[in-house]
Design a binder for this molecule. Sequence first.
Ligand SMILES: Cc1cc2nc3c(=O)[nH]c(=O)nc-3n(C[C@H](O)[C@H](O)[C@H](O)COP(=O)(O)O)c2cc1C
Length: 379
Amino acid sequence: MYNPLASYEENLRKGPSPEWNEGGFFPKIEFTAEPRFSCLGIPLHLPLGIPAGPLLSSAYMKVAIDAGFSMPVYKTVRSSAWASHPWPNVLSVEQLNDRGTQNRPTATVVPLLKSVLSDARKKSGLSITNAFGVPSLSPGEWASDFRTLSELERSPGRTAALSFQGSRREGENWSHFLDDTSLCAQMAAQALSSSGGKFLEMNVSCPNESGAPIYTDFKALTETLQAAAAPLKFFPELKLMVKLGVLPTQNLLGIVELIAKYAHGISAINTLSANIVTPAGERALGSKAEHGGICGDAIRGVALQTISELNRARQALGLEKNSFALVGVGGCSSFEHLEEFLKAGADVVHAATGAMWHLQLAGECADRLGIPYSRKETI
Ligand SMILES: Cc1cc2nc3c(=O)[nH]c(=O)nc-3n(C[C@H](O)[C@H](O)[C@H](O)COP(=O)(O)O)c2cc1C
């Protein structure tokens, strides 16, 4: 769906590319029975979605829904237009070495070519870089684009989620960031509510921005949650999920208890931060930044461990699944992985790297779960 050999802007403008999906086409399926799954009371045909990032616009969201993903997330939006880091952003990880600098592993990367995606062994072990810097259209553009998804909310079993985050602009201080978080939460809630959607997700774990991710600082996380929650009290029908990264080892219970005060669940994990180099040891990303995010196969172990720990914390705090949800993200590319996440305690699983070039994943999971569907013509 995403062409890693082209810029972010080109992918956004030209829309999802069928040539960059397995088989060169987009699968189209229609579920034929009542939804058997749910998340926070919202019915879902499959406990499977695509997380914030790969779905750049409503055109991408529609392709994901047609392929059978029941809970796709529209990419993280901001309160003003924001440019992407320069190309290349998505590169294929050849080797991940624990002995990096500044507590980060080092990833040796090469261009992601179609030949890698057509090699079953390489594809199933695929890990990639993701270094975009959270680009966004202007609020007017993304809000009107998101509203075109209202039609899909009329049929139960699928729902379009929307991800947002506050922006840290140069020369601005922390209180500006909190104001911006409130503003963006309000804008996102308005767009989501008017389209009939239910799930709002706040990203507090971007590894590509300046400074440490917000969720790693308890005070910063508290203030950010408060800032987002303030406008959301006018949208009681919406569920707020909070996107975290790899968890700090200390105070996990405290973090989950805090999030449960302001939100309805946690989505985890975001990408793993790593130093990104070419085989010659040079900086490889278009931004020329030393580090970026790694996602895909290499992060599934830590993602599963994170969900297990979050699930234990949820139980220890006496939080019920139907009031506090866990979305498992990281390295899911098969039905077996989906099962592992569900066993670890996830209520829904989201696949980015494992679905971006293999939209057939949703149909494969429906087959294994015995969920009936019919195939529509493909494009
Ligand atoms: C192309 C791409 C763009 C992404 N952009 C975002 C983003 O805007 N916001 C966000 O919260 N996560 C973003 N992510 C992270 C994913 O949501 C997810 O947490 C991560 O890729 C791990 O899942 P995976 O191993 O299935 O890829 C992005 C990931 C990819 C691959």
